[in-house]
Design a protein around this ligand. Structure first.
Ligand code: S3P
Length: 411
């Protein structure tokens, strides 16, 4: 484990292209594997989590070819997943992989698949996907009833109307993928809108996807037809540079090619509400229309004084991975910053309520193997008066390899 000292910065200047989107990359590989024919993915994120996804779909029968400018996935088809090799399918540290892949596996009639991850990963719950998949007719047997390793046995699935107890894009996506198998429509109702990349990609693949307020429906499908997927810059990775640019006096940073999907732009809107200077065109919520593409823009960030804000529960899913940064900004803002209804943070790569509270006490922060905590510590160091030591900085590689090098380029 590496401990890195990040010293205060005098002003960050320049422009950068943040890494491409982790969420969309996972989906591109999984839907590519489910497709019939060939999908060409440009900008696939080259990081630990998304490498786990390519390896997993290759074990399940998709053919994955990497060329310098694209990843090409030859799909195994909606009903064509067959595990090769010995041992469980390794999901590494990737929660999105662990929760989306079973949506495909659940419809492989009579075939069983065991999934497992790194040791530190075994605390992350899978009961949230096991429940709807069981209602659809699949069997999911998990350790202690709720954790990896777990085994999915596919079946002829029934359509479902699933009322999600929490707003989770991973659970929604898992159910939508499973719902492609049965004849007839299935509906997932979410308490609040969460990220909608799966809906967009399915619609682009020819699936009938509808949205009616908080209800999302899909029809069963025979095939997925995807040809090209271009992955935009990851707004969750960009968020660390936005926070640094807003906090370090004298900064002026331009971030190129950032995804501005409205279901991922919550953080930028919160920063703007706090008085932070972030300019760029964000997508507006499009009502019930289902888009088939992902919007992209350049964002310009400058430092300035901040005021506290209140983040209500409805806004939490739109900024879920950026809430640790809201806490950091709150430390520098005038007045109080309050986040409500964020208990889902306890189930992320670390218990992000506990690790953020502990980490922001100052001076030294432990990543606990959590990429977003490592980068939070580094940004805190840039904005601090005395610097911050980050224990376990290498965790950043899960989503943002080269994060410190990018920061150094702006100093
Ligand atoms: C993700 C959804 C969110 C998010 C995670 C990625 C996704 O998790 O925190 O980093 O790609 O669907 P939940 O669906 O559990 O909220």
């Amino acid at each position: 484990m590496s401990t890195v000292r990040v010293d205060p910065a005098r002003g960050l200047r320049g422009e950068l292209r943040p890494p491409t989107d982790k969420s969309i990359s996972h989906r591109a590989a999984i839907l590519g594997a489910m497709a019939s024919g060939t999908v060409r993915i440009t900008g696939y994120l080259d990081a630990a989590d998304t490498s786990s996804t390519l390896a997993a779909v290759a074990r399940l029968g998709a053919r994955v070819q990497a060329s310098p400018d694209a990843i090409v996935v030859h799909g195994a088809g909606l009903r064509g997943a067959i595990a090769s090799g010995d041992g469980p399918i390794d999901v590494g540290n990737a929660g999105t992989l662990m929760r989306l892949l079973p949506g495909w596996l659940a419809s492989q009639e009579g075939r069983s698949f065991t999934l497992d991850g790194e040791d530190s990963f075994r605390r992350r719950p899978v009961d949230r996907i096991a429940a709807p998949l069981a209602l659809m007719g699949a069997e999911v047997v998990a350790t202690d009833g709720r954790r990896p390793p777990f085994t999915v046995t596919g079946a002829r699935l029934r359509p479902i109307h699933y009322e999600m107890p929490v707003a989770s894009a991973q659970v929604k996506s898992c159910v939508l993928l499973a719902a492609l198998a049965p004849g007839g429509a299935s509906t997932v109702s979410e308490p609040e809108p969460s990220r909608d990349h799966t809906q967009r990609m399915l619609a682009a693949a020819g699936v009938a996807v509808r949205r009616d307020g908080r209800h999302v429906s899909v029809e069963g499908a025979e095939t997925l037809a995807l040809e090209e997927i271009a992955i935009p810059g990851d707004p969750s990775s960009a968020a660390f540079l936005i926070a640094a640019g807003v906090l370090v006096p004298g900064s002026r940073v331009v971030l190129r090619g950032v995804g501005t999907n409205w279901t991922r732009s919550g953080f930028v809107r919160i920063v703007q509400r706090m008085g932070g200077l972030v300019a760029g065109e964000l997508e507006e919520a499009p009502g019930d229309a289902v888009a088939t593409t992902e919007p992209v823009a350049d964002l310009e960030v400058a430092a300035g004084p901040l005021v506290g804000t209140v983040v209500e529960a409805a806004e939490v899913p739109l900024a879920i991975d950026e809430l640790p940064l809201v806490a950091l900004l709150g430390c520098f803002a005038e007045g109080e910053t309050v986040v409500r209804g964020a208990q889902e943070l306890r189930l992320k790569e670390s218990d992000r309520i506990a690790t953020v509270v502990e980490g922001l006490r100052g001076g030294r922060i432990a990543s606990h193997g959590d990429h977003r905590l490592a980068m939070l510590g580094a940004v805190a160091g840039l904005a601090s008066s005395d610097g911050v030591e980050v224990e376990g900085m290498e965790a950043a590689d899960v989503s943002y390899p080269g994060f410190l090098e990018d920061v150094a380029r702006l100093r």
